[in-house]
Design a protein around this ligand. Structure first.
Ligand code: AMP
Ligand code: ZN
Length: 144
């Protein structure tokens, strides 16, 4: 039997995460190696390796949720900008082979990295996830 991928284990509650937002089609949680505080990953609930496997419907849902999460981090963190990235294949820098979107708060003068090697502090990540979760729920009605 093959071992499910990391994000499938998170989706199945077998591996932990710091959850931010949930829909029927997507789960959003914090990247544990944040490129900036509030770095979110939007993951399809269905396992697809990358954009070449994912259905247009699920890709559309991730796009829709990325709008909500972009508004959420901008409002909650008052960042100058928001980077939204999606990598497909090792050659493009993909490291977890389950389709997902990065939503990264950006501030003037900061380095524009997508990946970090420094793991976030678990307590800080949890506090950030709770802040963003509250804000996402509050914003949903405004931009749905
Ligand atoms: P990518 O390189 O686009 O495939 O992005 C995968 C992301 O998953 C990286 O930014 C990693 O920091 C992040 N990551 C790795 N392990 C975990 C984990 N257990 N929980 C949350 N994010 C993770
Ligand atoms: Zn998976």
């Amino acid at each position: 039997m093959t071992v499910p991928c990391l994000f499938c284990r998170i989706l199945g509650d077998v591996a932990p995460c710091h959850p931010v937002h949930d829909t029927r089609y997507t789960k959003t949680f914090l990247d544990i190696f944040p490129a900036a505080p509030g770095h979110c990953l939007i993951v399809t609930k269905q396992h697809y390796r990358d954009i070449f496997e994912a259905t247009p419907e699920d890709i559309s849902m991730v796009g829709h949720v990325s709008t909500l999460i972009a508004h959420t981090v901008k409002q909650e963190l008052q960042c100058d900008g928001v980077g939204i990235f999606q990598l497909n294949g090792a050659a493009a820098g993909q490291t977890v082979f389950h389709y997902h979107m990065h939503v990264i708060p950006r501030n003037e003068g900061e380095e524009l990295a997508i990946h970090s090697r420094v793991q976030g502090d678990p307590d800080e990540l949890q506090a950030m996830a709770e802040r963003l979760n509250r804000r996402a729920l509050a914003m949903h009605a405004e931009i749905d």
